[in-house]
Design a protein around this ligand. Structure first.
Ligand SMILES: [Zn+2]
Length: 233
């Protein structure tokens, strides 16, 4: 009876250890950067690049507009200065001013579009930045919780190892061998309790003679699933 109880206790520790290790692996997997964090960061980079491109475009157009205005002013000054008298030259100059004005008008339209584009891009970048900060805050809280859980799980594994170390010397080597081979062939459950006269491992009723024997000092096995039986009380 005591022998079966010790094996059962060992099994509890082994199952607990397996469960703890599985969770620890999950926690370790979840530690570090998440896809969500990476994509939020990428969105900020993309939005910032868009702002940069619109800014360059706007500055470029501002230079072009400035240059055109200067050119127009120069040409108009010549046109109205009275220094050009040749009719052909005058009409050429007028045509040039008109053409420059049309170009200026187009550039100014494009400049307006660029200013709107930049404004919208800046707004989008601001939103992406806020989104990233929210994701980061959430991620940091998650990571903190995961690190705490990892510490707890590792401490628990140490505790299990300690309990196991105390328990093992009290188990006869032969029993340990039986236990290990049953754990391998019986889905991790080598020892089954008997509850209401039935083996918990397979659900079959345990005959009373076998129950009686299981209360004795020898290991007794379920006649059906062959697990070690543990009769409580
Ligand atoms: Zn059974």
């Amino acid at each position: 009876m005591e022998r079966a109880r010790r094996l059962y206790r060992l099994q509890e520790l082994d199952l607990d250890e397996e469960k703890t290790r599985r969770r620890l692996a999950e926690v370790e997997e979840a530690l570090g950067e998440t896809e969500r964090l990476r994509s939020a960061r990428k969105a900020v980079e993309k939005a910032t690049e868009a702002v940069r491109q619109w800014t360059v475009r706007q500055q470029d157009l501002e230079l072009q507009v400035g240059a055109l205005k200067k050119k127009i002013a120069d040409s108009e000054r010549r046109l109205y200065s009275g220094s050009v008298r040749n009719p052909k030259e005058l009409s050429d100059l007028q045509a040039e001013v008109a053409s420059l004005r049309r170009r200026l008008e187009r550039r100014e339209e494009e400049l307006l579009e660029a200013m709107i584009g930049r404004e919208e891009a800046e707004e989008a970048a601001q939103q992406a930045q806020e989104q990233l900060e929210a994701v980061e805050r959430e991620w940091e809280a998650e990571q903190r919780a995961l690190r705490e859980e990892k510490d707890r799980l590792e401490a628990h594994l140490e505790e299990i190892a300690e309990l196991r170390g105390t328990l093992l010397p009290s188990i006869p080597p032969g029993d340990l061998e039986v236990y290990r081979s049953l754990r391998q062939t019986k889905g991790g459950l080598a020892v089954a309790r008997v509850v209401n006269g039935a083996c918990v491992g397979c659900g079959m009723e345990v005959p009373s003679a076998r129950l009686q024997a299981a209360r004795g000092s020898e290991l007794v096995f379920c006649g059906n699933c062959e697990r070690v039986l543990l009769v409580e009380g």
